[in-house]
Ligand binder design. Structure first.
Ligand code: TYD
Length: 229
């Protein structure tokens, strides 16, 4: 059976992930793969309720981090793990790197504490159906690849200036997004084999080309020669 594949998209608000997520899903479908397209915060009925709280209700940074991981656990158990076990491609608009970037670097919540929560939420019996219980305690689910849309915070702010009514994150000052961007850079540095940095400060076509190169390089998608320039 085809092996499941887990890809996340990350980047500060305004980095321009959305249309490319749909494009990548379509590219996989055209090559015969079944794609589960999902997002965080959210991705299940329970986690979508938690998303609404996270984006609109005031709370302290620990509560925010716990809610992010509670939703993530449900998302993994209900959606991501079953889809991977069926051999599908799971594409998620954000995953755990966002918690490190926003709650960790952005809000200033302790990075090591987040690593503990990460391990708790993404490990354990009931998460991975093929693993024996002793292995399940060691295994930690992470994306196979993270496409990180890197964009200077001030450019993102200009793009967002004309956007809809901002949520609790989008309404933060520029300094917050500068810290979030640094948080992503720190996560990328710690996991260079998982992260593919996409220069998002360029045209839409050039961004798509970087994505096709990164995914094609792994051998997960075949792209026409013309796309490989
Ligand atoms: P986003 O995908 O940008 O939603 P939309 O495009 O509809 O605005 O995500 C919503 C916000 O949630 C975004 O500002 C980042 C934030 N976020 C966190 O703070 N922590 C997390 O763990 C995740 C997944 C997202």
């Amino acid at each position: 059976m085809t092996k499941g594949l887990f890809i996340s998209f990350e980047g500060i608000d305004g980095a321009g992930k959305s249309s490319h997520i749909e494009g990548l899903a379509q590219a996989f479908r055209e090559q015969g793969r079944v794609v589960t397209l999902t997002r965080e915060p959210g991705g299940t009925p329970l986690a979508e309720k938690l998303r609404a709280l996270m984006l609109h209700d005031a709370m302290d940074p620990l509560t925010e981090a716990l809610i992010a991981f509670a939703g993530r656990r449900d998302h993994l158990v209900q959606v991501i793990e079953p889809a991977l076990a069926r051999g599908e491609v799971v594409i998620s608009d954000r995953f755990t790197d966002a918690t490190f970037a926003y709650q960790g670097a952005g809000r200033g919540f302790d990075w090591d504490q987040l690593s503990i929560l990460e391990r708790m939420a993404q490990t354990g019996t009931g998460l991975h159906p093929d693993l024996k219980p002793d292995l399940a305690e060691i295994f930690m689910r992470e994306p196979d690849m993270t496409l990180w849309f890197d964009l200077p915070a001030e450019v993102a702010a200009e793009r967002l200036a004309t956007a809809r009514v901002p949520d609790r994150f989008e309404s933060q000052p520029g300094a917050f997004f500068a810290r979030v961007a640094q948080g992503y850079a720190r996560r990328a540095e710690a996991a260079p084999q998982r992260f593919a940095r996409i220069d998002a400060n360029t045209s839409r076509e050039a961004v798509w080309q970087q994505i096709t190169l990164a995914v094609g390089h792994k051998g997960w998608l075949r792209f026409p020669e013309g796309d490989k320039a």
